[in-house]
Design a protein around this ligand. Sequence first.
Ligand SMILES: Nc1nc2c(ncn2[C@@H]2O[C@H](COP(=O)(O)OP(=O)(O)OP(=O)(O)O)[C@@H](O)[C@H]2O)c(=O)[nH]1
Ligand SMILES: [Mg+2]
Length: 240
Amino acid sequence: MADRQQQQTASTATQQAKPAVNGAAPRPAPAETQRQESVHLDYDESIIHKTILVGDSGVGKTSLLVQFDQGKFLSGSFSATVGIGFTNKVVNVDGAKVKLQIWDTAGQERFRSVTHAYYRDAHALLLLYDVTNKTSFDNIRAWLSEIHEYAQQDVVIMLLGNKADMQAERVVKREEGEKLARDFGIAFMETSAKTGLNVELAFMAVAKDLKSRKTRKPNDPKFSVTEYVDQEKQNQGCCS
Ligand SMILES: Nc1nc2c(ncn2[C@@H]2O[C@H](COP(=O)(O)OP(=O)(O)OP(=O)(O)O)[C@@H](O)[C@H]2O)c(=O)[nH]1
Ligand SMILES: [Mg+2]
C-alpha cells in the first residue's frame, strides 16, 4: 500500500517533459502543440484536484481506490488504513487531462483529527457507507456535518453506497441512499469495489464536475453530477 501510494501512475508519468538535450529546453512536436492548444484552450491541465475518500472504517475506501487505480479487488483479510496517503490519477474528460490527487483516509475514530486537517484543501469528497452495515449509513449525517465544518463550502460531494455486490447481506436499500442524498442536495450512486460497478463512473463524474467549475462561463448552465450519472447509466443500459 505504502509503495503504491505517493507514486504517480503511469499515465501521469507520461506527461512529464523529455529531458533537455545539451541544455536546450524540450520542445513538443508541432502537431502535438497544435492539438493541445485546440483541445485545452479553456482548461489548465496543470491543476491538481484534491479528492478525499471518507467514511467509517471497513466501508471499502481503500478497496474502491485500488479498483479505480489498478482495476483489481484485494480480497482476503481486512487491513485498516493507518493515517492517510494519496494516489495520483489522470482522467480524460472530453479530451482534456484532469489530474486527480486522491487521498485515502483512515476511517477509524482515532485518526479523525489527522484527516480533518486535509478537508480544508479538498476540492471533492467521496463519502462512503457500506450497504451491508446500517451503522455506517446512520453515521453519514455525522460525516456530512464534519465536512460542512471543516471543508470548503463549494466542495464537490458524492455519496456512495458501496458493497452493492453483497445483495444477500444488504440492510440499506438503494432508495434510502437516494433519499439521504436528495435531502442534502448531493449526488449518489451505489458502487462495488469488488465487481467494479460504477467505480470509474464515480470518479469520472467528480472529474467532470471539477473541470466544468474551472471552465464554465458565467451564463453557462451548471454541470449536474446527478443528471450526468443518470444519463451515463441509461447509456450503459445499467440498473444500479
Ligand atoms: N464484497 C465486497 N467487499 C468489499 C467491497 N469493498 C470493500 N470490501 C471488503 O471490505 C473490507 C474493508 O475494505 P477496506 O477498503 O479496507 O475498507 P476502508 O474503508 O478502507 O477501511 P479503513 O481503512 O479502516 O477506513 C475488506 O475486507 C474488503 O475486501 C465491495 O465492494 N464488495
Ligand atoms: Mg482503508
